[in-house]
Design a protein around this ligand. Structure first.
Ligand code: UN1
Length: 478
């Protein structure tokens, strides 16, 4: 079986241990064995980053552009092959996998351009003879810790801006899906980036993640993952006053109003709740539906869901791939049981299903008769599960939308301009969607949430520089 190593100081380095990366569509298929770094290898990577960062921080915008553009071009050229790898290790369908790889390629291209657009301001002083300039400098060494559910796009949207703004990187991908990050590192290793600027350290959060977060030379950590881990990480980093950026959970509402176009609403709900097997922090897991359309909406959802094909991520025609692993499948099933105990009515799916291959298959589950206070509607399951919350009118729908500890994305399906605009203004979320699923975002605009969903500055788009740079204000008297 092929062994994949860490990338430290421009070299491929084995670790004392390795872990098997298993295809969730067919658990007899092992994608490869991936090195599991220990704390001393993290220290080596930090030392390499520390030696390399000052020179990289002084590289020209053109050098950074060329390197990021090279990476973006290669990702896009190989999107079918890399998309297949992604779907094989993570379980989203091949079209979703290729779509995600395309997004990653475009992100590198976007940040290649951003490297050319790093500027500052010239501001007149309040005192005579003095000129003031602000400029942006790299933050330094950054730790980038990414989840398994977007194994290519999330590493891309952290690594690309980190490099574009002159930082050195330690990247730790999720233990469950390191193959895409390894492929990305392999491309970066041929991009002309000086050794030590980018380091891949794979392995466990408790070892590698911990060592990164606690290393005094790491100036900032950008993390996407669970709320619990995020909270601990923020506390640790705050103690040594390091910068932190967290993208965590969601319990995203999709409001369906009486006046909606039913086809639009069903498309948005099915995509938002169940595509990518519901394993997105942006998933539409709370479907908030007004009285007048409730029964028709439920009926249309059941009809549409009964036609969804749950199967091997790589098989043609699959709509929903498997759940990532056994533990996640058990968690999903436990939430299904919980919803039943809390009084929800399972109207479609929610069963473990057998396919030709031995994988972690679950049919998407839809519950009716749920309320917003049920644990099922408060906690993120991270699976293909959704609960319908029946409300009497728009005002109640908005109240339910905002009655949550999370606030990543909120959506509304309506043909009313008045409601759409009111919702856009009053939904307490980092992102608002009208007549669209809550999941599925553009690559060139800010991404992030409010309340318990996100912490720190926004990721992506022109806002990404807020995390990856520090501002210097210079006064000159002449
Ligand atoms: C999307 O919905 O297009 O982990 C992106 C997640 C998010 C990314 C969602 N950070 O699911």
């Amino acid at each position: 079986m092929t062994q994949y190593n860490n990338y430290i100081n421009g070299e491929w380095i084995a670790s004392p241990h390795a872990s098997k990366n298993i295809n969730p569509s067919d658990i007899t298929d092992i994608v490869g064995e991936y090195a599991q770094a220990d704390a001393s290898q993290v220290n080596d990577a930090v030392a390499a980053a520390k030696a390399a960062q000052p020179l990289w921080g002084q590289s020209t915008p053109q050098q950074r552009f060329d390197i990021l553009d090279f990476v973006g071009t290669e990702i896009l050229t190989r999107k079918e092959e890399l998309g297949r790898l992604l779907s094989r290790e993570e379980g989203k369908t091949l079209s979703e996998g290729i779509g995600e790889v395309t997004r990653a390629g475009n992100i590198f291209k976007f940040f290649a351009g951003e490297a050319l657009r790093v500027g500052g301001e010239h501001i007149s002083s309040v005192r005579p003879g003095i000129e003031i300039d602000t400029m942006r400098e790299p933050l330094g060494i950054v730790g980038l810790i990414t989840p398994w559910n977007f194994p290519m796009a999330i590493p891309a949207w952290k690594i690309a801006p980190a490099l574009a703004f002159g930082n050195a990187v330690l990247h730790k991908p999720a233990e469950l899906a390191p193959a895409c990050s390894w492929a990305l590192a392999e491309i970066i290793s041929r991009s002309g980036l000086p050794k030590g600027v980018f380091n891949l350290v794979m392995g466990k959060g408790s070892i590698v993640g911990n060592a990164i977060v606690n290393h005094r030379d790491v100036a900032g950590v950008s993390f996407t993952g669970s709320v619990e881990v995020g909270r601990t990480l923020a506390a640790t980093l705050a103690k040594r006053l390091a910068r932190v950026q967290l993208e965590m959970g969601g319990k995203n509402p999709l409001v369906v109003l009486d006046d909606t176009d039913l086809t639009v609403a069903v498309n948005a709900a099915v995509n938002g709740a169940f595509f990518s097997t519901g394993q997105r922090c942006t998933a539409s897991s709370r479907l908030v539906v007004t009285d007048g359309i409730h029964d028709r909406f439920v009926q249309a959802m059941i009809e549409r869901m009964s036609k969804l094909k749950v199967d091997d991520a790589l098989a043609p025609g699959t709509d929903i791939g498997p759940v990532i692993d056994e533990a996640q499948l058990e968690k999903d099933l436990a939430y299904i049981d919980l919803a039943k105990k809390e009084g929800g009515k399972l109207v479609q799916g929610g069963e473990r299903v057998k396919r030709g291959k031995n994988g972690w298959y679950l049919s998407p589950a839809l519950f009716t008769e749920t309320t917003n206070t049920m644990r099922f509607n408060c906690e993120e399951a991270f699976g293909p599960l959704a609960g319908i919350i029946r409300v009497k009118d728009y005002d109640e729908a908005l109240a339910v939308t905002n009655d949550t500890e999370l606030g990543l994305c909120a959506g509304v399906c309506t043909t009313s301009l008045k409601h759409a605009v009111h919702f856009k203004r009053n939904a307490q979320a980092g992102m608002v969607m009208v007549n669209l699923p809550t999941a599925g975002v553009d690559y060139h605009v800010p991404f992030g949430g409010r309340k318990g969903s996100s912490y720190g500055t926004r990721e992506q788009g022109a806002y990404a520089k807020e995390f990856y740079t520090v501002v210097k204000t210079c006064y000159v008297f002449s």
